[in-house]
Structures are given as C-alpha cells and as structure tokens.
Write a protein that binds this ligand. Structure first.
Ligand code: ADP
Ligand code: MG
Length: 253
C-alpha cells in the first residue's frame, strides 16, 4: 500500500516541483515504485520528467472533473520505476469548476485509492495556492511535506498552510500528518540562509529534515532536459542531497 505525500506551500518558487521530482526519482532509484501526480496547471513536474504536454491527451483535470479513471492517464517518465499523472494548462479551470461539483474535496482521494496498491510512494506536486486542488491533495494524502526556501519571510504564510492542514484534518482526513519541513535553496555563502535555518528549526523543531537542499545549478538545469537530477547528473551535490532526503523519508515511513 502506497504512502501518499503531498508536497505543498502556497508560495511559488520555493522548490515544491524540484523536490517532488527529485525525491520521487531518488525513491525510484533505490527500487521503490513511485507515482508522481502533477496538480499544478503549469505542468512543471510533467515536462521536468520528459513528458511532452503536447502529446498528453488526458490529464489530472479529466480525472478530477470528468471522472476518467486515474489508471487511464498514467504515463511512464524518463526514470524507471517512476510513473506520472500529467497536468496541462486545462487544469487551471478545475479550481473554479470543482466549486459546483459533488464531493469536490474527495475526488483525488477516490481516484488515488484505485491505484494505491500498485505503488510504494505516491507524491503529489501541489499548486501555489490553498484552493480546492491543494485540499484535494491533502484529503488524499497520509502526510504533507513542506519545502521552505531559505530566504527572508521564509515563515510567512506557513500558519495559513498549517490552518489548511487542520481544516482538512477536521473535515476530510483526520489522520493527515506533517511529514516534514524541508529547507531549500540554501546559499552557503551568506549568513541569511543560516539564520533562516535556525529560525525554521526553532519553530518546527524535530519536524525539520536533517537534509538541507543547497542552491545547486545542476538542479535548475535538469528539468530543461526532461530529466530528474538522478538521470541528469548522479554525481552532483543536488543528486546527493535528494538521495539523503529519500533516505530520511524511507526511515520516517
Ligand atoms: P515551486 O514548484 O515551489 O514553484 P520550483 O521547484 O519550480 O518551485 O523551483 C523554482 C525555481 O528554482 C526553478 O527554476 C527551479 O529550477 C529552481 N530551483 C529549485 N530548487 C533549486 C536548488 N536547490 N538550486 C537551484 N535552483 C533551484
Ligand atoms: Mg511547482
């Protein structure tokens, strides 16, 4: 039975997609069967793993809105053991369309349940908002992994995010947990980054992963080749740290 993890933070550009893709690839690399679900209309996880959006005819939108079976939209990615449910720009309409549908919060959960026994991990890349799509992701998940960028205002917005977690616990998924807080894009040359690390650790304590993701140019290059860091440059610092994160996630579970 898969462990289902939503990667979420309503701020854009904090490393959600980079983390979903490379954690997924690192888990696949050690032999786990992984499904990545792209829940962001930008489809960055989709293209970042080599799936051409022009060649996708049905995506997560069709699962959520048109009740197409999840199984029918799963595609292989550029990494063995890692399959993908793609998103394309049509998902942008889902946020509004879900509002008027029955069981709008539990649609992803129902879909995921049909494939749960085929994977070890299901990772959900959330959009930069706390709307219906993120609520669907939280309702479908066992836990939430929160990437936090090592920048000014790192903690800003996190209380809102935690409120959404509580709301989902109360109404749709009482067992939802915070999987962990991941510090991302640390610039080791500045004091600021380390100050943020300390601040976030003070607030989240043992929930913060030991692994901290530094800024690494190879991590930002990999998606343009449609490859995870494991396949783009296995010897890079980026590959090393995401493998270390995967190890922590394996030990948590
Ligand atoms: P989000 O999904 O939260 O919007 P992304 O994962 O897309 O964030 O990251 C935002 C940008 O920063 C992307 O261009 C990505 O390639 C880059 N990036 C993410 N993590 C790193 C990192 N550790 N080092 C360098 N660049 C990174
Ligand atoms: Mg993203």
């Amino acid at each position: 039975m898969a462990q289902i993890i939503a990667v979420a933070n309503q701020k854009g550009g904090v490393g959600k997609t980079t983390t979903t893709v490379n954690l997924g690839a690192s888990l696949a690399y050690v032999g786990k069967k992984v499904l990545l679900i792209d829940m962001d209309a930008q489809g960055n996880a989709t293209s970042g793993l080599g799936v051409r959006k022009g060649e996708v005819d049905r995506d997560i939108y069709d699962v959520l809105i048109n009740e197409v079976p999840l199984e029918d939209v799963i595609l292989p990615s550029s990494r063995d053991n890692l399959s993908m449910v793609p998103a394309t720009i049509q998902l942008a309409g889902a946020e509004v369309e879900l509002t008027s549908l029955m069981a709008r919060e539990t649609r992803l959960k129902s879909a995921v349940e049909t494939v749960k026994d085929q994977y070890d991990y299901i990772l959900i890349d959330c959009p930069p908002s706390l709307g219906h799509l993120t609520i669907n992701a939280f309702t479908a998940s066992d836990s939430v992994l929160i990437p936090v960028q090592c920048e000014y205002y790192a903690l800003e917005g996190l209380s809102q995010l935690l409120n959404t977690v509580r709301l989902v616990q109360k109404h749709f998924n009482k067992d939802l947990k915070v999987e962990g807080v991941l510090l991302t894009m640390l610039d080791a040359r500045t004091n600021l980054g380390f100050e943020v690390v300390n601040e976030v650790k003070k607030y989240f304590r043992e929930k913060v992963y030991q692994t901290i993701i530094p800024r690494n140019i190879r991590l930002s290059e990999a998606p343009s080749y449609g490859l995870s860091i494991i396949d783009y440059d296995l010897k890079s610092k980026g590959a090393e740290v995401y493998q270390a994160l995967a190890e922590e996630v394996l030990n948590n579970g």
